[in-house]
Design a protein around this ligand. Structure first.
Ligand SMILES: [Zn+2]
Length: 131
């Protein structure tokens, strides 16, 4: 990780909700985030460290209530971790640059675009809209 901050430092920089999701691996309720139904063009950046994470061209309507992408900005920007919480086997995805929790990746994405669904919390990202 390029960015190493203490939890106390993150707490001062992030809103309580964003801190909970990015640093405590929380999940926003489905259909409540600001980006699940957003179709604007641009680059989605990590809300904690500003690095490019996803492009709007890989965003699609999965119907799950969270912003969903078929692929990351590039293969190096995201780390994957096995997540055995809640009695399930899932793959957590985090920001490679700062370690922030983003969401999970599931193997039920569009088959013609690689078959993956990156299911991301709106609170973990911010859209850099194309002007
Ligand atoms: Zn980050």
């Amino acid at each position: 990780m390029a960015i190493q901050k203490t939890e106390q430092e993150w707490k001062q920089e992030l809103s309580p909700e964003d801190f909970h999701i990015l640093r405590e691996k929380g999940t926003e309720p489905a259909f409540t985030g600001i980006y699940w139904d957003n179709h604007a063009a641009g680059i989605y950046r990590c809300k904690a460290c500003n690095v490019e994470l996803f492009e709007s061209t890989s965003k699609y309507d999965s119907g799950c209530g969270w912003p969903s992408f078929t692929r990351p900005f590039d293969e190096h920007v995201i780390d994957e971790h096995e997540d055995l919480s809640f009695g399930r086997v899932r793959t957590e995805v985090t920001c490679h640059n700062c370690g922030g929790h983003l969401g999970h990746v599931f193997p039920d994405g569009p088959q013609d675009q690689g078959g993956l669904r990156y299911c991301i919390n709106s609170a973990s990202i911010k859209l850099d809209e194309e002007k």
